[in-house]
Design a protein around this ligand. Sequence first.
Ligand SMILES: Nc1ncnc2c1ncn2[C@@H]1O[C@H](COP(=O)(O)OP(=O)(O)OP(=O)(O)O)[C@@H](O)[C@H]1O
Ligand SMILES: [Mg+2]
Length: 236
Amino acid sequence: MTAALRIDNVTVSYGAICAVRDAALTVAPGEAVAVIGSNGAGKSSLLRGVMNLASRTGRITFQGQQLESLRPHVIRRAGIGYVPEGRELFPNLTVQEELTLGARMIPRADRPQMLEQVFGLFPRLRERAKQVTRTLSGGEQQMVAIARVLMGKPTLLLLDEPSLGLAPVIQDVVFAALDQLRTAERLSMLLVEQNAYRALALCSRAYVLETGTITREDSCETLRNDPAIRSAYLGH
Ligand SMILES: Nc1ncnc2c1ncn2[C@@H]1O[C@H](COP(=O)(O)OP(=O)(O)OP(=O)(O)O)[C@@H](O)[C@H]1O
Ligand SMILES: [Mg+2]
């Protein structure tokens, strides 16, 4: 079976600083895969490398198509939805305008149905449709960031720390939506998270990234029960 995403020998650097070294990973179609790692491990750099937003070498294939030479907007159009750390919303747009922006690559006729779908996933956003995004709570902004990407009908989601800065009860809402996308839509996902507890609960397989190097790969169940992982990433 062709992988949804395959990364081989990928190195991401900023000038002399090497943020990710010789990384290899795969995401099967419909699979949710986590990369866990602490502050500065290189999680964001890995996703930025896939999106060609940071300088990288190596091989990256999406559904069999090589991405190395493609520009970020072409990669998005090919079907990869990237939700960056920090969300990157337009502060003065309303929720509905922001979501419409996410749908610019899909036919106009399909947009109302997509809007209904994301409002179904995040009912809170339907209530806030006319509100400008800068006045939303952090959790609502994270929902908009995910929903905006979903409006482009991606087949693979790259998520950079969706739990960041959110209260546990809001994390519940966001991760329940991701779980629904995984089970009901069979969307492939690559989730990078410092919150290993959330990541290992959502995904089926995970990689551990330590100072730029992938040091382990296993099922989330095995990692959740591993004493070394528990003490390093789960706080017990
Ligand atoms: N634009 C940049 N220029 C130079 N170095 C950078 C840049 N962005 C990241 N780095 C460095 O690359 C390394 C990895 O950073 P990265 O942001 O990928 O880590 P991270 O795992 O996402 O961390 P966090 O959990 O804090 O988000 C760090 O040492 C960081 O200082
Ligand atoms: Mg990061």
